[in-house]
Design a protein around this ligand. Sequence first.
Ligand SMILES: [Fe+2]
Length: 171
Amino acid sequence: MKHWIISGVIALLVLIAMTSGCLNSEGQEENQFETEETYLPADNSSNKLDQSGFQDMINPTEREGWEKHMPVIDAPDTVNKSEWFEVTVVVGKDVPHPNTPDHHIEGISIYYKEDGTKPVYKVADFTSLTVHSDSRVTLRVRVENSGTLYALSSCNIHGLWASEKRIEVEF
Ligand SMILES: [Fe+2]
């Protein structure tokens, strides 16, 4: 009699688990949200970022007009670990960008990539830099390890421009 009661309870628990999606038909645990529909296979090349295409989005330094669009990074070559230092990014340092309602720098983004690490973290993102800005931003930054600062500028007509600067950290 006792054996039948235990078997009945176990059968009921298995039935509840299967109907709630916690167990698949083979009795293995599964997460109902992790299906092939929501997680693409790793080798699905059609969904990978085309890095050469991304590079093509950024104007090369030899393109006409780079003096007016290049985000120039002004920062120390060497900094102390975890100590604040000033970073200024200016677009059109030597040849000012027009910055009119019809033609202006829309934004400046700054990233820092520590050596040997991923992902690359965004440090700051300035948008809507229009007629009342000279496309210059200054901020304080601190880092733990040596790496590279990247700056992106975006002109509403002439697209994306990029530059980078090496930062060495002294311990
Ligand atoms: Fe422009």
